[in-house]
Structures are given as C-alpha cells and as structure tokens.
Design a protein around this ligand. Structure first.
Ligand code: ADP
Ligand code: ADP
Length: 228
C-alpha cells in the first residue's frame, strides 16, 4: 500500500529531515511510527499526503509513484488517505454532522448519500446520535472520535494519524487505538505517529523508528538487500 524508496527530504536551509528512508507497508498492515521530536515523523506523513515532495527518492501509495501524478489527480490521491490529527482540527461552530460531512461535500456527494455515509462513519466510532451536537459539547475523547469519523468517511484505504492520543489519558488512548485496530480489521492500512511508548508496547504491532531522519528500525530487510 505504501512504499518509500531511498527517500530524503531537506527543507530549505536545513539538515535532512529524512535521509535514505526505505520501507513498505502492506495492504491492511498496522504500524506505529516513533522517534524523538524533530525525527521526521510529520515529514514522512506529509510526503504520503502530497503536502510536500521528497528531495530525493520515490514514494508510492497504492502502487502509484506520487511524482508521476498530474495536478488534477492529486485530489483523488488525497481521498484514498484519511488523516487524524492530535488537536482534531474540528470546526467548533459547526455540528458533529457538518464536521464529518466536510470531506464528502468537497468530493461532491449528494446530500442523501453524504448523510448515509456520515451516519455510517459516526456509527463506526460509537457516536451515532450525536450528529446535532457541536464539538464543544463533547469530551476530549469524543472530539477525537469525531476527527476519526471525518478521516474515514471517504472510506480511505490508508489511515494516517499524527499523535492521535496526545491529549488523552491512558484509558481513552487505549479506546482510540482499539478503533484504529477495528479499521485495520476491515482491510484499512494504518500508520500512527506517536510518542506513547507504553501504548505501543501494550499493543505489540510493527514499529518504525526514526532517528534524525533515518529509519533505524522497522524497515524492510528486502529493501536493504536491494539498495544496501
Ligand atoms: P517530527 O514530526 O518527528 O517531530 P518533523 O517531520 O516535524 O519531525 O521535522 C523533522 C525536521 O525537519 C525537524 O528538524 C524540523 O525542524 C524540520 N522541519 C519540519 N518542517 C519544516 C519546514 N516546513 N521547514 C523547515 N524545516 C522543517
Ligand atoms: P510535530 O511535533 O507534530 O512535528 P511541530 O510542532 O514540530 O509538530 O511542527 C508543526 C508544524 O510546523 C509542522 O507543519 C511542521 O512541518 C512545521 N515545522 C516544524 N519545524 C519547522 C521549521 N523549522 N521551520 C518551519 N516549519 C516547521
């Protein structure tokens, strides 16, 4: 589902934020992405979303070399990816329904089809019945569930999360992780950037570790054989 081939990224005037990164994520795989602050986690996620471009190397998503996409294809690429942020990035003056429906409106779904999908997404995170609330009326854990519902409402093949449990206590964090596992169980590829080592160890999934832009663990041995 995801393949990085010798990917490096250097921001203007900086050191390499990523350096020679090789890895593959299979379809339906679940992995964590860890590393110190500034290790390159957000940069790696951004390259997959085409929010930025590598300085060297190739990024493939769903078999497609992202460098080969024409500008008109970029929105279709982004629709394959759901993204969850630490701070939810919800609109606090809109209802839960409107927040989750946003990606569907952008994608041009009919109101009836959008409503059906929004309910399905809210059901998948246990928030059916809260459509008319505004985020301010919800707990932190519920707000993060709204963020996840919005990320999955387009039925993405790939789900990325950047510190999705950063503001939550351990119990709520475990509940949010259970949701990600359930999406993996229905075939979604999941990659979660997090500092929460306790949670990672408790869950025992594959762990990619970045250190100063280099993937120091969790990459694929096959890649090293080919390119090493
Ligand atoms: P992480 O998500 O692991 O904290 P980032 O990917 O945000 O790491 O950052 C990796 C490195 O790249 C850091 O040194 C950071 O300061 C730098 N960096 C990230 N984004 C930019 C940018 N837009 N411009 C310049 N430097 C950046
Ligand atoms: P995180 O720890 O999740 O990477 P940061 O606070 O490091 O978040 O970065 C927040 C935003 O600022 C990101 O979009 C990142 O790309 C950008 N950024 C990080 N470092 C720099 C930098 N040195 N110069 C410009 N932008 C940066």
């Amino acid at each position: 589902m995801v393949r990085f081939e010798r990917v490096s990224k250097r921001y203007p005037g900086g050191r390499d934020a990523l350096s020679g990164v090789n890895f593959e994520l299979g379809r339906g795989e679940f992995a964590f992405l860890t590393g110190h602050s500034g290790a390159g986690k957000s940069t790696l996620l951004k390259l997959m979303m085409l929010m930025d471009r590598p300085s060297r190397g190739k990024v493939f998503v769903d078999g497609q070399d992202l460098a080969s996409l024409r500008p008109g294809q970029v929105p279709f690429h982004r629709r394959k990816i759901g993204v969850v942020f630490q701070n939810h990035q919800l609109l606090f003056d809109r209802t839960v329904f409107d927040n989750v429906a946003l990606p569907l409106q952008i994608a041009g779904f009919s109101p009836a089809e959008a409503a059906r999908r929004v309910r399905a997404a809210l059901d998948s995170v246990g928030l059916l019945g809260k459509e008319a609330r505004t985020p301010i009326e919800l707990s932190g854990g519920e707000q993060q569930r709204v963020g996840i519902a919005r990320a999955v409402v387009n039925k993405p093949a790939l789900l990325l999360a950047d510190e999705p449990t950063g503001n939550l206590d351990p119990e709520l964090s475990a509940e949010i992780m259970d949701l990600f596992v359930r999406f993996q169980q229905v075939g979604v590829t999941v990659l979660i950037a997090t500092h929460d080592i306790a949670l990672i160890e408790q869950m025992g999934h594959r762990r990619l570790i970045l250190d100063h832009g280099q993937l120091v663990a969790g990459g694929n041995a096959v890649e090293d054989d080919i390119y090493g």
